[in-house]
Design a protein around this ligand. Sequence first.
Ligand code: SAH
Length: 483
Amino acid sequence: MDYLPVFLKLRAARAVIVGGGRIAARKADLLLAAGARVTVAAPRLHEDLQSRVAAGELVHLAQAFVPAHLDGAALAIAATGIRAVNTAVSQAARERGVPVNVVDDASLSTFIFPAIIDRSPVVVAVGSAGQAPVLARWVREQIEAILPSSLGALARFMGERRATVQRAIGAAARRALWERIVRGRTAAHVLAGEESRAQRAFEAELLISQLTTSAATGASALGEVYLIGAGPGDPDLLTLRALQLLQQADVVLYDRLVPAAVLERARREARRIFVGKARGPSPEHTPQEDIHEMMIRFARQGLKVARLKGGDPFVFGRGGEEMEALARHGIPCRVVPGITAALGAAAAAGIPLTQRGLSQSVTFVTGHVAEDERLDWRALAGAGQTVVFYMGVGRLEPIVARLRAAGARDTLGAALIERATLPEQRVLRATLAQIAALGSRAGISPPALLIVGDVAGVAPAADAAAMRPPAPAETAADLMQPI
Ligand code: SAH
């Protein structure tokens, strides 16, 4: 190498440019960008330099060059276009041990400027030892074209998290972590400007590093995923298998519908990660594909992943998609059924979903279909059955209107059950004709179910024991004892 490429720290250092023309102005911009205190020595100034002086960004010495101008300088540039002056600058700089660049004259220079690709804090410098500047610029263009414009954002993202990583994991694991971040989804999200997705991907990677490097987790070579139904909310309605697997999990990925009281039942050391979907755009929204990717990633690292979903994973829970994604990647997956909201709500409100003489069938329908013409509303409005609408709170009016238009009786029983089985549970009963107005007056909000059918009119048990909210008695530890 004819020259050693280095990155010089010029922040607050004195840099002197001799010459006041256009080229001097360009060099001044470069030095200012690096944070130098720039002095320009020249009898006359180009207008670009004048405006910088006026703005107080640099100091102007309106004099012909004298060697003393370089006293205390960290760097000198000669850009006068006059060979005698340039030579004098070069000589004075060398005498003072100040690195000097003479524009377009490598023989008078002790350093030369590379062609730069600036994605600060990432900077790529290309040089040709002054032999082929045009070639160096061509190389720069090639590199420019392949480096994403948001590379700087990625470098800052990583820089801001260095301390966190340093605190969280040992030196040996760090490099592997950063490699995964640069090559994986985290970087892709940062480069795409998706901050919150990037942050989640980063946290997942960090967690993998922490869990797989700590011997205490007992992670086996092959991880697995448990798709667990958490039931309607009351932790007592978890299945024994759900509890057992929650006790084995290294990581718990949980939805919005899973209450804290259920999460408490997971192994104490298990890391709990919220992957819920918000209504409407929100930084908390986790796209489905990110959930798939997280589960796969954790499992590949040998971790046991509990994917905890409200109710039952296969009832309006996208459990099927998650199972398929895992299968595509060869990740072992066990499905644990949960008590779906309709069953929890019916029990809690004392509504027998089927009852001899009243209802011979039950249908679970998503309220998203409220306006859907293709749905067989006549079939849903027929007599002798029960229909349970999930996710229908915001669409009570159209649902009821469709049912009535399809022939459902105005006097048919209807019930709204909000936050079924949870301490805040509310149950409203009315006729089909009145239920929507009643629901909006009471301010019923998700999660809530609409149950339509004669069974909704069945009188609940006298002491309504089933309706009483669960006592928040035992601690998680107590509950775990018998298992
Ligand atoms: N997989 C879940 C359903 C998810 S869809 C299950 O099997 O229950 C979300 C909808 O479920 C909510 O909009 C609401 O209609 C219903 N839901 C879930 N938990 C509920 C609860 N505790 N009380 C009433 N409705 C509930």
